[in-house]
Design a protein around this ligand. Structure first.
Ligand code: HEM
Ligand code: NAG
Ligand code: NAG
Length: 255
């Protein structure tokens, strides 16, 4: 399994001459969570914890840790997630005993930041809104074309349009099966925003789209895709303006 995966990468790079595997930066190798580590419904923060850009325990996260973490892990301008952090504080979802910090699992509290119709998590109604859910993700992955054979350069990327359609379709599915589906302000604003966030994080400037292999690693393993050629150093700096620009584009795709 591992070997054939690496062999694929090798052949791929030979054929295309790009996306060579990078080593993870020293001290930031991938370590999935242990039994007592705290993780969230957010693949972005979980991947940071898995690579030591946040405490690997996922506990007692403060705003400084998020600022330095998003800059080092993904080359975001360090204040981009201040509003998200402040939302967590204002919802008083923390269980740490310190109002200025939270444990990652605290973020799963439903109808605070967490909402129905997530791309890779089930709805709260069905019991677990926190962990990656392979069946839910399969529906999204299928719509993003993540498992389609790669025949052309274009086939390697997810466009804004495809991502917007996949997001809307997932929300539609959730509404159909969840009798308590709640189109809260969080859901309405948050769903396009989380799509904009994974696209921004895994964006390829030259392609003007996000690389499929990076999206798979990010969601399926909560792993920063160094193996698939990702490097924060070669990513252009990510700003709130860029994220809001993508939210606008996502919302203007007719679905
Ligand atoms: C303080 C910073 C952050 C907070 C408090 C936060 C919180 C959350 C929460 C509560 C969710 C669940 C929303 C839902 O129900 O779908 C979520 C989802 C998500 N977050 Fe974050 N997040 C933060 C930073 C980030 C970063 C840095 C990234 C990208 C690198 C990111 C990307 C995402 C994505 C793609 C989802 C959607 C997951 C899905 O739909 O399956 N977030 N985040
Ligand atoms: C609460 O957390 C903040 C941020 O890490 C820290 O500055 C502060 O000292 C903590 N307060 C207590 C009482 O531990
Ligand atoms: C969704 O549920 C939350 C919590 O029960 C409630 O505060 C909010 O008003 C609901 N939103 C809608 C649109 O029903």
């Amino acid at each position: 399994m591992k070997l054939s995966f690496l062999a694929n990468i090798g052949l791929f790079s030979l054929a295309a001459g790009i996306a060579l595997p990078n080593p993870a930066p020293k001290g930031h190798e991938y370590h999935p969570p242990g039994l007592f580590d705290s993780r969230s419904p957010c693949p972005g923060l979980n991947a940071m914890a898995n690579h030591g850009y946040l405490p690997h325990s996922g506990k007692n996260i403060d705003i400084e840790a998020v600022r330095s973490g998003v800059a080092a892990a993904y080359n975001y301008e360090s204040h981009v997630f201040d509003p998200a952090f402040e939302a967590a504080v204002n919802f008083k979802l923390t269980t740490t005993g310190n109002a200025s910090t939270f444990n990652l699992a605290d973020l799963a509290k439903h109808d605070t930041i967490e909402f129905d119709g997530s791309l890779s998590r089930n709805d709260f109604f069905f019991g677990d809104d926190n962990h990656f859910n392979p069946l839910i993700w399969w529906t999204t992955a299928e719509r993003l074309g993540l498992h389609k054979p790669v025949l052309t350069e274009q086939d390697k990327y997810v466009t804004v349009e495809t991502a917007a359609e996949a997001r809307a379709a997932r929300v539609k599915d959730a509404k159909l099966v969840n009798p308590t589906f709640n189109a809260s302000a969080g859901q309405i604003g948050g769903s396009p925003a989380t799509t904009a966030l994974y696209l921004t994080t895994l964006w390829d400037d030259k392609a003007g789209a996000a690389r499929k292999s990076w999206i798979r690693s990010f969601f399926e393993e909560e792993r920063i895709p160094y193996l698939e050629g990702y490097s924060a150093a070669t990513q252009s700096q990510k700003t709130s303006d860029f994220v809001f620009g993508l939210i606008g584009r996502i919302n203007s795709v007719p679905v």
